[in-house]
Design a protein around this ligand. Structure first.
Ligand code: PLP
Length: 362
């Protein structure tokens, strides 16, 4: 039986009647932008995270750019960011006028550390982007102790916790993506900024709406970046299930370990104090590409996500000259995502492990 890399439909299938009803309510109300659904979702997601404010935006990339601008990041500044992450984590920096500065990551957690970030700090550093990669929370308390504002890129970590606090509540601000395949995904593009800071939230609110508070006066160049009412209504149906789904993702990772996957490849390492809601179940092997090809041929979803790390991407070359990140290069070469979803069963984990065993023996 095939095991897909993702399953975004089965977990939400029982919710379909409620989603249909809520979508119909939005159509009946005929309010599509910045209405009651967005207000309610922002309140509910803030309460879930345990922060004072959520400001929803159009996607997780805009969330990073707007959050950085709210922090005051602009031309002449530097923003430290890992190279082993999705492109948007760094792509979102130049629109502020600032320069990305790439740092290395920990070989076990795949996340930045206080040491790798400290090595990239200069007098021009205005912020650090700490990505909770694959759902594994970055060591944000240690990063904040460095004295530079931290933006937590929690796009992959909805439902994760670190020392009992939710991912997305750890930095000065956090950004989320609600892209459909994410742990909390809507039916299109969506994103949000979370923060405890009243002033940062207020600035983000102005920035997402053309730099205006009142639609008639414009105090700065902003963005047109909103979560729409339909997506907010859908997210309100899904949010109460996020913790159950996150537990399902953790159970999926346990199934792999119990099925003996760790004898064949290096398993993901949860950060100390973390309960990751694994967005991707990423293992490591010296022959990751050969393994991926064999698994795909056997009907098992397998993919290297960041084979070319960001400091080796053409568009980011202006900020990458002379950058050497040996751990990032090694992880980029060896990582491989295997199937994970909130309902991954032990039988599916057994099949994946059997396919990995067969592929490595071939
Ligand atoms: C780590 C990370 N940051 C940022 C983003 C950007 O989010 P979006 O696709 O909603 O713009 C994503 C996901 O796509 C991501 O995985």
């Amino acid at each position: 039986m095939a095991v897909p890399l993702f399953d975004t439909t089965t977990p939400i299938a029982p919710l379909r009647p409620l989603i249909d009803a809520r979508v119909a309510e939005v159509l009946d109300a005929a309010i599509y932008i910045l209405g009651p659904q967005v207000d309610a979702f922002e309140r509910e997601f803030a309460d879930y995270l345990g922060v004072r404010h959520v400001v929803s935006v159009a996607n997780g990339t805009d969330a990073i750019t707007i959050a950085l601008q709210a922090l005051g990041v602009g031309p002449g500044d530097e923003v430290v960011v890992p190279s082993f992450t999705f492109y948007a984590s760094a792509e979102a920096i130049p629109p502020t006028g600032a320069a990305p500065v790439f740092c290395d990551v920990d070989p076990d957690t795949c996340n930045v550390t206080a040491e790798t970030v400290a090595a990239a700090l200069t007098p021009r550093t205005r912020a650090v982007i700490a990505v909770d990669l694959f759902g594994n929370p970055a060591p944000i308390p240690a990063l904040r102790a460095l004295g530079v504002p931290v933006l937590e890129d929690a796009a992959q970590a909805a439902g994760s916790t670190l020392d009992g606090r939710r991912a997305g509540a750890l930095g000065d601000l956090a950004s989320f993506s609600f892209f459909p395949s994410k742990n909390l995904g809507c039916f299109g593009d969506g994103g949000a900024i979370a923060t405890d800071d009243d002033a940062l939230a207020e600035t983000a609110r102005v920035l997402r709406f053309h730099g205006s508070r009142d639609k008639v006066s414009y105090e700065r160049i902003g963005w047109n970046s909103r979560l729409d009412e339909l997506q907010a209504a859908i997210l309100r149906v899904l949010l109460p299930h996020l913790d159950t789904w996150s537990e399902g993702r953790r159970a999926g990772a346990r199934h792999y370990a119990d099925a003996g996957l760790g004898e064949l490849v290096r398993l993901p390492t949860a950060a100390a104090g973390a309960e990751p809601a694994w967005h991707l179940h990423v293992v490591h092997h010296d022959e990751a590409d050969r393994l991926a090809a064999a698994l795909t041929a056997a009907g098992v979803g397998a993919r290297g996500y960041y084979r070319t790390p960001l400091h080796r991407q053409a568009a980011l070359a202006p900020w990458s000259a002379g950058v050497e990140l040996p751990v990032t290069d090694e992880l980029a070469r060896t990582h491989l995502a295997l199937p994970i979803n909130p309902l991954l069963a032990r039988e599916q984990a057994d099949e994946v492990v059997a396919a990995v065993r067969a592929a490595l023996a071939a």
